[in-house]
Design a protein around this ligand. Structure first.
Ligand code: PXG
Length: 448
C-alpha cells in the first residue's frame, strides 16, 4: 500500500488504537482488550457501551469534587469564551492572581506565594530549582544536595525521578541528577500491619537524616523533599511524630523542607493540606491534581514568605527567577480552580472527608482475612490493600484485579506492584463506600 493509501486507511479505520503510546500502561494488553471511558458524572465513569463504572480512584487521585460538576464545567466554558490564553511572562490576568491568593489563604502559616506550573512533575522541578536558587542568592551556593526518600514518587521529570525512590522509574534513565541522597522509606509490615491512619512505629526513621548530614555535611544540603503521605508507592501514611522530627532536624541544620502534596493537597486527608493535619510547616508545598479537581492541567509550588522575599531584590526591571512555563497560570485552569475551591468550601468537602475517615477505615478493614490480603492501610479517604504475589508473577494478581474490576464489577481501582489503591472522589456517599468495598471483596475473591 502506498503511503497515501496507508494514511487514508488509518483515517477511515474506526477507533484505531495504534498511534497513541499510552503512559504507564501495558500498551499491548490494553490495545488487545481496551478499557475505554467516554463520559463521566459525579461518582461514575461511563463506557462507550453505556456501562456505569464506580470511580474508586478519583480519576488518578485528582477529581476530588466528583466528575463534570456543573459549576466547574460552566466556569471553564465561560473562561474559554472570554479569554482563551494570555502570556504569564511579563503579563497577567486576574483569575490567576485570585487563585494564587485563595491557595495561599488555604495554606498554613506564611506559605504565601504561589508559582504556577502545569503538572505535579513540573511542580516538583520548580520547587527543587527554587531551593537551589534560594541558596545561591543567600550566598550559600555550595548547598546543592537534594535529599529524597526510598519509595517516594515525585513525578517523572529528571528532578522528580532523581529524588524519587521507585526503582522502575529510575533504572532505565541513566545517571539522573548528581548529588542526591535518600532517606529510608517508612514501611515495616511486621511493626505496622493493618494500621488505621498513622502507624505508631517508625518516627525514629527520620533520624536517618542526621546520618546523611554527617556523611555530606549540612553546608552541602539544599533541601529534603518527601510526600507527607507516600501515595503512588502504595499508600504509606507517616509514622506518628515522623514529620515533626524531620522538620526539627532540617531546622537544626538550616535545610529546606519540601512537602510534595500533589496527592495529599486539597482535602484528601481531611484538611486543605497534609501540613495542617500533621501540624508541620514545610518551606514549600508542591500541589497539582485536585487544585481544580483534575479538570485542566495545573500544578504549582507554594513558598514561604522568606523564600519569596529572598528573590525580590536587585533592580526592578530584572527577572528574579529564570523559570516558568508557557501555560503557567493558564486562564482555563485558573477559572476551573476558582470554581473548584468554591465548591470545596460550599460543600465542606475537606471537613466531610475528616468525618468520613473512620467510616471509610472500618469499611476497608473489613477486607482483612480475605485470601492473599497481607496488609491494609487507610488514612483520610485513601486505602491500600497489599495482595500476595503469584509465584514468578509479581504484579499479575493486582493487574487481574484492576482488569476484572473494570470488566466484571464496574469498579475502577489503581494498582502498583501487587497493591491495590483506592482513593475515591470526596463526594462519595456512605452507601457508595459499602458498594465499593463489596465490589473489592468480590474482586479479591475472583483473583484468589
Ligand atoms: N508528586 C506526587 C506526590 C504525585 O503523586 C506527581 C508528583 C506527578 O504529578 P504529574 O501531574 O506530573 O503526574 C504525582 C503524581 C498512582 C498515580 O496511581 C499517582 C500519580 C500519577 C499517576 C498515577 O499512584 N501521582
Amino acid at each position: 500500500m502506498s503511503a497515501v493509501h496507508d494514511h487514508l486507511a488509518r483515517d477511515l479505520a474506526p477507533n484505531d488504537l495504534d498511534a497513541w503510546w499510552l503512559p504507564f500502561t501495558a500498551n499491548r494488553a490494553f490495545k488487545k482488550n481496551p478499557r475505554m471511558i467516554s463520559s463521566a458524572k459525579d461518582m461514575h465513569y461511563v463506557t462507550p457501551e453505556g456501562r456505569k463504572i464506580l470511580d474508586g480512584v478519583a480519576g488518578l487521585w485528582c477529581c476530588n469534587a466528583g466528575h463534570n460538576r456543573a459549576p466547574i464545567v460552566e466556569a471553564i466554558q465561560k473562561q474559554a469564551a472570554e479569554l482563551d490564553y494570555s502570556p504569564a511572562f511579563q503579563f497577567g490576568h486576574p483569575k490567576a492572581f485570585q487563585l494564587a491568593s485563595r491557595i495561599a489563604a488555604l495554606a498554613p502559616a506564611d506559605l504565601d506565594h504561589v508559582f504556577f506550573a502545569n503538572s505535579g512533575s513540573e511542580a516538583v522541578d520548580t520547587a527543587l530549582k527554587i531551593a537551589l536558587a534560594y541558596w545561591n542568592l543567600r550566598g550559600q551556593g555550595q548547598r546543592t544536595r537534594l535529599i529524597g526518600r526510598e519509595r517516594g514518587y515525585h513525578g517523572v521529570g529528571f528532578g522528580g525521578i532523581s529524588v524519587g525512590g521507585i526503582v522502575n522509574n529510575r533504572k532505565f534513565f541513566g545517571s539522573l541528577l548528581a548529588g542526591v541522597d535518600h532517606l529510608p522509606h517508612t514501611y515495616n509490615r511486621a511493626e505496622q500491619a493493618f494500621s488505621k491512619g498513622e502507624p505508631e512505629w517508625g518516627a525514629h526513621l527520620a533520624d536517618d537524616l542526621e546520618r546523611i548530614v554527617t556523611l555530606h555535611d549540612a553546608s552541602t544540603i539544599a533541601a529534603v523533599i518527601v510526600e507527607p503521605m507516600a501515595g503512588s508507592t502504595g499508600v504509606l501514611p507517616p509514622p506518628k511524630g515522623y514529620l515533626k522530627r524531620l522538620r526539627d532536624i532540617c531546622d537544626k541544620h538550616g535545610i529546606l523542607l519540601i512537602f510534595d502534596e500533589v496527592i495529599s493537597g486539597f482535602g484528601r486527608l481531611g484538611t486543605a493540606f497534609a501540613a495542617e493535619r500533621y501540624g508541620v510547616i514545610p518551606d514549600m508545598i508542591c500541589f497539582a491534581k485536585a487544585v481544580n479537581s483534575g479538570t485542566v492541567p495545573m500544578g504549582g509550588v507554594i513558598a514561604r514568605k522568606g523564600i519569596y522575599d529572598t528573590f525580590m531584590k536587585g533592580p526592578d526591571h530584572v527577572i528574579e527567577l529564570f523559570h516558568g512555563y508557557t501555560y503557567s497560570g493558564h486562564p482555563l485552569a485558573a477559572a476551573a480552580g476558582l470554581a473548584t475551591l468554591d465548591l470545596y468550601r460550599e460543600e465542606k468537602l475537606f471537613e466531610r472527608t475528616a468525618a468520613l475517615e473512620p467510616v471509610w477505615a472500618d469499611a476497608i478493614m473489613s477486607l482483612k482475612g480475605l485470601p492473599n490480603v497481607l496488609d491494609i492501610r487507610t488514612v483520610g479517604l485513601v486505602a491500600a490493600i497489599d495482595l500476595a504475589s503469584i509465584p514468578d508473577g509479581v504484579g499479575k494478581r493486582a493487574y487481574d484485579a484492576m482488569d476484572r474490576g473494570f470488566r466484571d464489577h464496574d469498579l475502577m481501582i489503581r494498582i502498583t506492584g501487587d497493591t491495590i489503591a483506592v482513593t475515591p472522589p470526596l463526594v462519595i456517599s456512605e452507601d457508595q463506600i459499602d458498594e465499593l468495598v463489596d465490589k473489592l471483596r468480590k474482586i479479591i475473591l475472583a483473583v484468589a
